[in-house]
Design a protein around this ligand. Structure first.
Ligand code: ADP
Ligand code: ZN
Ligand code: MG
Length: 484
């Protein structure tokens, strides 16, 4: 086995979350009738003039600020020439030098350790249209063109070649998606193509500084796909080198069904694109106040929220990481917590319910917490019933099942089913006495010094009360009686 190091750099395209496209007023709505959102600009009619969408620039600058980028105030655009079957004008408006943002960083967590990944740039560009090769399940022997996506604004984020495993690439994309979702600058919905990724992969002998020959896999549309493609490609490259072959710089495609990459074309260089300044968009400088205002408007980001959860709610690092791993989970958590009286006492319990019970149920029914049948308000009510001693933790699980199945209110379930915890001493004393007289063996063991034997008697009382006796009270009474 040869010792090789994996080197990965990513180019991530994220659709900017604006109502209209980046150079015209057409809507960016996804899934509409083909070519229904088009105009002279985005269908590339000769002489049509692009007009820059200010919100798109704001979104990129915001994203740049959140990722520690330097914002370049000069705003310039360039034409990138290519034969684009899905862009009739045969060039794409993009940014060459300078991009809006240069030199940023993103911190990822890999196996409990922090790693800083340096980011090269973020620039603004327009998306292409889409070629359609099938209608429903009918394969066409010609191609149709849908220009709804043409000229939709994209931000392209490029990383330095610093990721060194499939897992790091996965963590990177999850954290990036999380931050961008917090910012709201892109929906990053990979199923709708709102986040796509080109993955550059090379290997080199361990310890060597110089980079190896890179292979680029274009247009990946799932994070787990990126991980699997890197795993496959690294093995393939090692095999080629070990068998005396040579790698050539090329573009490959990931075939998710077969789980392999296939050669597509050898790589074109920047020269082939003949970038030149876009004559229809005059260069301009962003005013200082533009950047300053956006800086002030930045929302709380995942890292800051994590730290706050630990500090204010006394959560463990693990819980805080889990809850802030997605904005919607963190929002759900805080919505529930804000309803409860004593936040510090409730914090850990609410966190537990979300990360275990709720998470497991949502996973098995494959739904997002946004569509959770248990609302944050109802989860808060459930926790409040436990904290007040109205129901036991055990009963709470039964109540939770029903809440999940029927989206119902726990207070109503508890009332209707008579599940209120029995804290009435005289009723519990009676059940304890019965249980003691029915368990001579356990009683004898307990009296002989085997304290654990009490468990069987507690169990019997709980059974008699259908799980409704207050367990602390049961324990206390049994101990008093057995020691008397
Ligand atoms: P292009 O547009 O030609 O693909 P870019 O410079 O925009 O070139 O992107 C290059 C990407 O490839 C960056 O993410 C960079 O980190 C990565 N990269 C460059 N060289 C290597 C290499 N030898 N191995 C892995 N990744 C690389
Ligand atoms: Zn248009
Ligand atoms: Mg590339």
């Amino acid at each position: 086995m040869s010792k090789h190091e994996t080197v990965v750099g990513l180019e991530v395209h994220m659709q900017i979350n604006t109502k209209s496209k980046v150079f015209c007023e057409c809507s960016t709505e996804f899934g509409e009738a083909p070519n229904s959102h088009t105009c002279v600009v985005c269908t590339s009619q000769p002489g049509a003039i692009p007009i820059l969408n200010k919100k798109a620039v704001e979104s990129i600058v915001k994203t740049g600020l959140a990722l520690d980028f330097t914002i370049n105030k000069q705003c310039t655009f360039a034409r990138k020439q290519y034969f684009y079957p899905d862009v009739p004008k045969n060039y794409q408006i993009t940014q060459s030098e300078p991009p809006l943002c240069s030199k940023g960083k993103l911190v990822i967590n890999v196996a409990g350790k922090e790693k800083v990944v340096n980011l090269t740039r973020i620039h603004l560009e327009e998306d292409a249209g889409k070629l359609v090769h099938e209608i429903g399940s009918r394969k066409l022997d010609y191609s149709l063109l849908d220009l709804n996506r043409a000229s939709v604004g994209l931000m392209e984020l490029v990383t330095e070649p610093e990721l060194s495993s499939p897992q790091e690439a996965l963590e990177f994309l999850m954290e990036l998606k999380n931050i961008v979702e917090y910012l709201g600058t892109s929906e990053c919905n990979m199923e709708e193509g709102k986040m796509r990724c080109d993955v550059n992969i090379s290997i080199r002998p361990a310890g060597q500084k110089e980079l190896g020959t890179r292979i680029e896999i274009k247009n990946m549309n799932s994070i787990s796909g990126v991980r699997d493609a890197i795993t496959y490609e690294v093995e393939r490259q090692i095999e080629v080198l070990d068998s005396g072959g040579k790698l050539v710089q090329e573009t490959r495609l990931w075939d998710a069904r077969e789980g392999i990459t296939k050669s597509m074309r050898t790589k074109e260089s920047a020269l082939d694109y003949r970038y030149f300044p876009e004559p229809d968009l005059v260069p301009f400088d962003l005013p200082d106040s533009f950047v300053e205002t956006l800086k002030k408007e930045l929302p709380e980001l995942p890292k800051a929220r994590r730290v706050r959860f630990i500090k204010d709610y006394g959560l463990s690092k693990y819980d805080a990481n889990y809850l802030t791993s997605s904005k919607i989970i963190a929002d759900y958590y805080e919505e529930a917590l804000n309803i409860l009286q004593d936040k510090k006492v409730a914090a850990k319990l609410v966190a537990n319910w979300i990360s275990t019970e709720l998470n497991a149920r949502l996973n098995s029914s494959k739904i997002d917490i946004l569509e959770s049948p248990v609302s944050s308000k109802n989860l808060a009510k459930l926790v409040s019933l436990i904290l007040s001693g109205t129901i036991s933790g055990k009963i709470a699980k039964t109540v939770f099942e029903e809440m999940y199945e029927k989206s119902s209110d726990p207070e109503i379930i508890v009332k209707e089913k008579g599940l209120i915890q029995i804290s009435d001493e005289s009723a519990i004393i009676k059940m304890c006495e019965e249980a003691i007289s029915e368990s001579p063996k356990a009683v004898a063991e307990f009296k002989a010094g085997k304290e654990r034997a009490i468990g069987a008697i507690v169990g019997l009382v709980m059974k008699k009360s259908k799980g409704q006796a207050n367990p602390q009270l049961v324990n206390k009474i049994l101990l008093e009686k057995l020691k008397a």
